[in-house]
Design a protein around this ligand. Structure first.
Ligand SMILES: Nc1ncnc2c1ncn2[C@@H]1O[C@H](COP(=O)(O)OP(=O)(O)OP(=O)(O)O)[C@@H](O)[C@H]1O
Ligand SMILES: [Mg+2]
Length: 449
């Protein structure tokens, strides 16, 4: 429209200019010259002049127009090139199709994904022309976007290409509109997240493996503990029963002694079965938080560690936690305590002086703070930053795998939303100076739950 009116304006101006030129110049000549021959000659000159002027005018006008068109064309080419560069260099897979699903364009990342070597193999074709397992899904998604006029954003999809490689994509599809708002196609943008997803899966399986290993390691310790704890009651049972048998054989059996022995045997058998229950409960999967008193928690922990503690002559000193009660994943927390206590027991290996482990629990600011310290001379400063790393150990292969503290940290931070830190400390107890490691665990309390 703009150009029609401009062209009209130019031609009307030219028409009027021509009319006026003819009218005034004819009149002027008629006034000035009376000789018919001269008049004819002047008329011819006037005609020539008119053609010359108008040719010059046409020359300038068309020159201006053509240069304008040329520069517009260059601008357009430049912005087209820029757009192509953006599409090509964007770190994304980009393609667009007509509203009939025909491929109209793409960048080379899309060609790579489709295993195609040039755009000729793609343009003008539809998804049905390719042997892709998921093509029905692609066509469906295009249809949804085209028919609704709404974008479909950030959804996960897979594509299994010719050579059977599965790629995982995060894709968005948006409708393409023309100037009049009519949908003319669909633009797709995808990000290849295969590597990311695979890495996440790898981390997950590694974590699962670690949890499994740590359970096995703890189980090994438990079995050693059970064996330890059973030695005494089993020897009592065997002594009492052989004693009774002997009395019977010698015919000196005494009813009262027999009853007492049987009671004693029964008591010890019950103790054996109770230890089995304790350990069995420990390995049950902890899905629910239970409301427990710290006192009860520690009774369980001592039961599970006492044989090792007793045999190494290590004393546990406990402070002010009896009445503190809170919701927690009991066996996970027990596992943490056993890991820390077992580490202290190991650290006492070559120490003969007083062997103490202090456990101190406090409740403040809506959290529980537990401090466990020992008198085993501390953790070497050059390794203290690494002790929570998986597989970090200073022990021989038989003695340690290096996952005790890693798992403890996982449990405290991920399951209980708390924190755990380790440092060394010098302190006094009953007028004696000691140095050792101290582990500080802080667990937020959620009272209203
Ligand atoms: N109380 C402590 N005193 C001195 N060193 C400690 C103490 N607790 C931990 N460590 C050091 O931290 C390291 C890592 O402990 P962690 O419990 O993670 O592994 P580990 O005991 O070596 O093996 P695992 O527990 O898997 O059997 C230990 O090897 C030890 O060197
Ligand atoms: Mg350990």
């Amino acid at each position: 429209m703009k150009y029609i009116s401009l062209a009209l304006k130019i031609s009307i101006t030219y028409f009027l200019f021509g009319l006026l030129w003819i009218y005034f110049s004819d009149n002027a000549i008629n006034l000035l010259v009376k000789d018919l021959e001269k008049l004819q000659f002047l008329q011819t000159i006037k005609g020539w002049l008119f053609i010359t002027f108008s040719s010059i005018l046409i020359y300038f006008i068309s020159y201006k127009l053509f240069t304008q068109i040329e520069s517009k064309k260059e601008e357009l080419l430049k912005s087209n090139e820029l757009l192509e560069k953006i599409i090509e260099n964007a770190p994304l897979i980009i393609f667009w199709k007509s509203n009939k699903g025909v491929y109209l364009g793409c960048n080379s990342k899309f060609l790579q994904l489709m295993n195609l070597s040039s755009k000729d193999e793609l343009l003008g074709k539809t998804d049905t022309d390719f042997s892709i397992l998921e093509k029905e899904n692609f066509i469906n998604d295009d249809m949804i976007v085209i028919s609704s006029g709404q974008p479909k954003l950030n959804y996960l999809e897979t594509i299994t290409t010719k050579n059977k490689v599965l790629k995982i994509l995060n894709t968005s599809k948006v409708p393409l509109f023309d100037d009049k708002g009519k949908i003319i196609g669909v633009l797709g943008v995808s990000e290849d997240i295969t590597e990311q997803v695979n890495n996440q899966n790898k981390i997950k399986t590694q974590e699962e493996l670690l949890i499994q290993q740590s359970k096995l390691a703890t189980m090994g310790e438990m079995i050693a503990n059970i064996a330890h704890q059973w030695r005494q009651p089993l020897s009592i049972i065997s002594t009492l029963s052989t004693g009774m048998k002997l009395q019977k054989e010698l015919n000196i059996s005494n009813e009262e002694y027999e009853k007492e022995s049987l009671d004693n045997i029964n008591e010890n058998a019950q103790y054996l079965s109770k230890t089995i229950d304790d350990f069995k409960n420990f390995f049950k999967k902890d899905n629910n938080k239970t409301n427990i008193y710290f006192k009860e928690l520690f009774e369980k922990i001592f039961k599970l560690t006492q044989s090792r503690l007793k045999s190494k002559d290590i004393k546990i000193i406990q402070n002010n936690y009896a009445e503190i009660k809170f919701d927690t994943y009991e066996s996970a927390l027990i596992q943490v305590f056993i890991n820390i206590i077992n580490n202290s027991i190991d650290a006492f290996e070559n120490i003969d002086e007083d062997k103490y482990i202090f456990i101190d629990v406090e409740e403040f600011n809506n959290k529980i703070v537990i401090k466990i310290k020992d008198t085993a001379r501390g953790i070497k400063e050059n390794i203290i930053d690494k002790i929570f790393d998986p597989y970090f150990t200073t022990k021989s292969e038989k003695q340690g795998t290096g996952i005790g503290l890693y798992m403890s940290k996982e449990i405290i931070t991920k399951h209980l939303n708390g924190s755990i830190e380790a440092s060394n400390i010098d302190f006094e107890y009953l007028n004696n100076s000691y140095s050792g490691a101290i582990f500080t665990i802080s667990i937020p309390l959620n009272k209203d739950k």
